[in-house]
Design a protein around this ligand. Sequence first.
Ligand code: ADP
Ligand code: MG
Length: 340
Amino acid sequence: MERTELNTLGEFGLIDRIKTKFSLQNPESVLGIGDDAAVIDTGDRYMLVSTDMLLEGVHFDLAYVPLRHLGYKSVAVNVSDIAAMNGIAKQITVSVGLSNRMSVEAVDEIYEGIKFACEDYQVDLIGGDTTSSRSGLVISVTVTGFVDKDKVAYRSGAKPNDILCVTGDLGAAYFGLQILEREKQVFLANPGMQPDLEEKSYLVGKQLKPEARTDIVHELAEAGVVPTSMIDISDGLASEIIHLSTQSGVGVLIFEEKLPIEDITMLTATEFKLSPVTAALNGGEDYQLLFTIKQSDFDKIKNVTDITPIGYMTESKAVELVLNSGSKVGITAQGWNHLQ
Ligand code: ADP
Ligand code: MG
């Protein structure tokens, strides 16, 4: 039998391969594989369903991730996928795979974090599954949410000339991770040393405790704006822009000078001898929302703090970045490839 290595397809190639083998049979299944959440027709409204799994050693390192934060983050990243459909999350199920290294107190800590997130996002924990694991801690969360039928935002709805906006700032979570990794190495070499993360608390906080931008879903509703397309930034701006572009069948032009990058991110990029723009494009884990709106809607949201227009959609299929120097470069997807 033929054997093809997984990394020849990559994560997205593999998902596409699975997708082509299935078709939807039930009229209630409005949208299946391919967006931030599935869409189910429940009568008056659409129900949204999404699931995300976090694995020890792949998505987190217990050497520096507090269990409470991990619990919180596992919920926040799921709520973020519902927000990316312009919906509001309502329920979660949480499944855990536990190795015998975990104590009852450790599990309590994870669930403390989950509880905080349930309170912050007003979601109900309604079930889950508990198993033993031989390969470290596994946390898998499924979330359901709701959206009015005329407010749902797909990845595929962007039109030429729509304005591309992003929430918050970019690249901070990536440098938070770099700092945690660096401090871990320092600690392993000198177990007596206490890391001093005070100065970098903003970056570390963005990595350890990302927030889902449910607030923006409310802001958009208040402004009376329905995004023409939307996605959340889990893998990095570049990868998500390419998703909007390919699924909407339009090109994208973004401007380096418009990218929202905090001073501390800039400063830390210099320290690590890395480009802050590369971190914003390819760092990932920002969990901000990236969306397009009609030009005629721009005035309605231009005063919402925390929304930055960074470019616009074009007739061509090109996905490009205009650098501060004036030159234009193509953007390629370099989101985290979990399969490599
Ligand atoms: P996100 O980054 O927003 O969580 P993913 O890239 O994980 O989205 O997934 C993209 C789409 O592919 C989603 O619709 C998701 O449900 C679907 N998907 C991912 N993995 C699988 C799988 N193993 N089987 C079926 N669908 C999958
Ligand atoms: Mg997503």
